[in-house]
Design a protein around this ligand. Structure first.
Ligand SMILES: [Fe+2]
Length: 230
């Protein structure tokens, strides 16, 4: 499948012409098992529209109109059912995209890794500390090695695991590889959540926006997440 080849090489792919929630769920299920995480509905879909009442909460920043900093989804998850760690794939269906705001921004963890390896390799050994549900701190490596290397990250600022210098070096490498993706209504952005970091431009309060968010643990025979170190 062409979509899979692009996802495998680039870490993301944009799929056109998703016209319904059923289409989105069919696409997501074709990759593996949908995560029924606590904030999503009973089919695993989290609908995100700007909503001041939802800004407080674990995914609260998604409901604000502010820009969102780079992160991977669920970096603090250690296990979910039989699965290890955060979900492999993130599906973002832009039912209503904005023309002048809210574009997704991505940064490829494979390129971030290469930059850090060349310029500041000590950062690769750092751990991160991320809030999990239910509310306790997960502490573990930013880059997990295995058959493929996988990244997990959420910006919490310098803390006991991050001194200011290494934090700035990491964010510098992420920013170096950032790309804004123009996206239209009806498109789905599929991201490898164990390879790509994502963020979002500020929303334009003059325009409507509706995003549907689904996380998937991929079937290893269909798609294997992460990146190979060259
Ligand atoms: Fe996210």
């Amino acid at each position: 499948m062409e979509t899979n080849k692009i996802l495998e090489s680039d870490g993301y792919v944009i799929v056109d012409s998703i016209s319904s929630r059923a289409n989105l769920l069919d696409l997501a299920r074709s990759y593996g098992e949908i995560v029924l995480h606590p904030e999503a509905d009973n089919e695993g879909v989290l609908t995100i529209t700007p909503d001041p009442e939802k800004v407080i909460g674990p995914s609260g920043f998604a409901f604000s109109e502010k820009a969102i900093p780079f992160h991977t989804d669920g970096p603090g998850v250690s296990t979910y059912k039989q699965f290890q760690g955060p979900a492999d794939l993130l599906f973002l269906w832009y039912k209503s995209a904005q023309i002048s705001g809210g574009s997704p921004i991505i940064s490829d963890g494979a390129l971030v890794y290469s930059t850090l390896f060349e310029e500041s390799p000590d950062v690769l050994l750092r751990s991160g500390s991320f809030l999990t549900q239910p509310n306790h701190m997960y502490t573990g490596p930013l880059f997990e090695s295995g058959e493929k290397t996988k990244i997990r990250f959420k910006e919490s600022g310098p803390d006991s695991y991050w001194d200011e210098r290494t934090f700035d070096q990491f964010i510098g490498a992420v920013d170096k590889h950032k790309r804004v993706l123009p996206i239209r209504s009806g498109q789905v952005l599929i991201l490898d959540n164990r390879r790509m970091l994502h963020s979002r431009e500020k929303l334009n309060s003059e325009e409507a926006r509706e995003l549907h968010h689904v996380l998937v643990y991929s079937n290893p025979g269909t798609y294997s997440s992460g990146f190979r170190i060259k």
